[in-house]
Design a protein around this ligand. Structure first.
Ligand SMILES: [Zn+2]
Length: 269
């Protein structure tokens, strides 16, 4: 009872409170932060480029031929009015991250080593393993001598950080316009340990990422002399390794905003 003359409280302070609902980081954001921290400790810089790119950065500077199908509107989201323009004037949502590395090269003098995570966009139909927006994580080292084994160290660092244990990898020759020579990097299937299962289509290996030394034309676009400097790129599909990490079977869940899905990855906030 309130004392005489005092206004009674309009709530009961003795009732138990309502616990605030804490949010959690998205599983892709969690891995991105973990990898950023791991690379920062290895002396890398974390760089971000804009999500709106141009034909100049997304294709011309990366040695894509003028008639490459990725330049088509079937694969790339061009901004309104882009059809009549070319090069730096023709704007798009970035279809991959690699254009950001050319921006970085133009703004910095080698030697350098940096990673750059981010969202990319492709105009394609969606299914359990394809989305219109997804995340990539790239790394580039540029120095006077960069052996292929440096790329191997990068890959092993990323996979070990992601899966908490050593993961067997292999490099095969593969063609990508921005690297010369290009590699396709596979990791051993973690489900069957290389014996063959339905996840890896019985081959024991999963294609994970392209990589290789930057093509001399890419160095030139970045203002770097390819005769003096060497480098190594790797480009990871972040969604795909998060799917492997948590045994998620449909990439569309990442953008579903379904709290029942997201609450399964409490992680660290
Ligand atoms: Zn397997």
């Amino acid at each position: 009872m309130a004392a005489s003359g005092e206004k009674p409280l309009d709530f009961d302070p003795t009732l138990p409170g309502t616990a605030p609902r804490a949010g959690t980081l998205h599983p892709i954001t969690q891995l991105m932060y973990e990898l950023n921290n791991a690379f920062l400790s290895l002396g890398f810089e974390v760089y971000e480029g804009p999500e709106i790119s141009s034909e100049a950065y997304a294709f011309d500077s990366l040695n894509f031929p003028a008639d490459h199908p990725a330049r088509d509107s079937m694969d790339t989201y061009w901004l309104e009015g882009a059809q009549d323009k070319r090069g730096a004037e023709r704007l798009c949502l970035r279809p991959h991250l690699t254009g950001a590395s050319v921006r970085y090269m133009q703004e910095h003098k080698p030697p350098f080593r940096f990673v750059y995570p981010g969202r990319v966009y492709r105009s394609e139909s969606t299914d359990a393993s394809h989305e219109r927006a997804f995340f990539q994580y790239e790394a580039l080292i540029v120095d006077q001598a960069v052996p292929f084994s440096s790329g191997r160290v990068l890959i092993d660092a990323i996979l070990e950080r992601t899966f908490g244990r050593k993961v067997k990898t292999r490099m095969r020759a593969g063609f990508f316009p921005f690297v010369e020579p290009g590699f396709e990097i596979d990791m051993q299937c973690l489900v069957c340990e290389g014996k063959g299962c339905s996840i890896c289509k019985q081959v024991g290996w999963l294609e994970m990422m392209p990589g290789g030394p930057p093509h001399p034309n890419v160095f030139r676009a970045g203002g770097i002399d390819p005769e003096k400097w060497q480098g190594f790129y790797i480009n990871i599909g972040l969604d795909r390794i998060v799917m492997m990490r948590h045994a998620i079977d449909d990439i569309r869940l990442f953008h579903s905003c379904d709290l029942r899905f997201l609450k399964q990855f409490p992680g660290v906030v």
